[in-house]
Ligand binder design. Structure first.
Ligand SMILES: Nc1ncnc2c1ncn2[C@@H]1O[C@H](COP(=O)(O)OP(=O)(O)OP(=O)(O)O)[C@@H](O)[C@H]1O
Length: 294
């Protein structure tokens, strides 16, 4: 039996019904958020992170995109200061040391807890943490392989426990090419309303099946007028999404002004059902697909 209660969310969020059991059962572990460029990976990461935290979970967002700069603003946290790469001495030190050991069982006999990382490279409020792996900052400084290798070592050493780690990746397939999935539990793929996203989703589905990893899907910023097309296209490809985040013009405004993502009722409702579907491994009700097919 599901118990429904009403809780008060801090930071200006409205009263909103929440399922208390959600916090108990949600065991997402380490999740790679992936998708084509601009599909909304950072947006979905930030929404899910903020929602999970107000629902009582401990969440660490790992910014593994070496090009973006504003994730901290989206999750409404202070700038984390240095990246992990900078904290470890910058690219030269990482290239020198991390090809084998930046983080391994020798350096860290016990699992590393985000809370134990230096404040100079983390940002946090309540139970929401943000760590940024590294950014390309200089012209001609070299490729991002070293960052992905660092991310892989770091994530593998992280204490999982009851924490959820949301790993926001760049738009490329670098995370696949360098097997970041080895140290993660699942993929959450963001699909926007484009053919390219659909094609990429099919590819990711094949990869996940071959890897025997869980993969979840979320439709993002699909306009109402395109839902019918998307629903049919998804069904034809055997893709069953766990959630939909509609096109919300306030998000664009927040992006324009560099403001945190607004979490009003409509947004929370969508994120809540996505989180719930992720927790239970369920898919969007087929009613959604059938209603779009009409
Ligand atoms: N549901 C939505 N409704 C309206 N706008 C959205 C939505 N989701 C994302 N956007 C907008 O789309 C743009 C790209 O979003 P975002 O930065 O989250 O994508 P990304 O996949 O992380 O991008 P990149 O590949 O560059 O890392 C942003 O301007 C964002 O505000």
């Amino acid at each position: 039996m599901f118990l429904l209660f009403v809780c008060y969310y801090p930071s200006g969020l409205e009263f909103y019904p929440a399922f208390s059991f959600l916090c108990e059962v949600l065991r997402l572990g380490k999740v790679i958020v992936c998708g084509k460029g601009g599909s909304g990976k950072s947006t979905v990461t930030a929404l899910l992170a903020r929602y999970l935290v107000v629902s009582g979970r401990s969440v660490c967002v790992i910014d593994a995109d070496e090009s973006n700069t504003c994730l901290y603003r989206m999750v409404d946290l202070p700038h984390p200061g240095r990246t992990l790469a900078e904290e470890l001495g910058g690219r030269p030190a990482i290239v020198k040391n991390c090809s084998s050991v930046c983080f391994d069982e020798t350096n860290f006999p016990q699992k590393l807890h985000v809370k134990d990382l230096p404040c100079s490279c983390t940002s946090c409020r309540d139970n929401l943490y943000l760590v940024s792996i590294g950014k390309i900052k200089e012209m001609g400084e070299g490729c991002s392989c070293v960052m992905t290798d660092l991310a892989k070592q770091f994530i593998s050493m992280l204490y999982a426990g009851s924490w959820t780690y949301l790993i926001d990746t760049g738009s490329s397939m670098e995370h696949i090419g360098r097997s970041l999935y080895d140290v993660c539990d699942a993929f959450l793929m963001v699909i926007d309303g484009t053919w390219e996203s659909l094609e990429l989703a099919v590819k990711m589905k094949e990869f996940a099946e071959r890897l025997n990893k869980k993969i979840y899907w979320v439709l993002n910023k699909v306009k109402d007028s395109n839902l019918t097309f998307m629903a049919k296209a998804l069904e034809e490809r055997g893709l069953k999404p766990q959630g939909v985040v509609p096109y919300i013009s306030l998000f664009e405004e927040a992006a324009l002004r560099g403001n945190p993502l607004p979490l009003q009722k409509e947004v929370i409702r969508n994120i809540e059902s996505l989180a719930s579907a992720l927790a239970f491994g369920s898919q969007l009700e087929s009613a959604f697909i059938t209603s779009c097919m009409k």
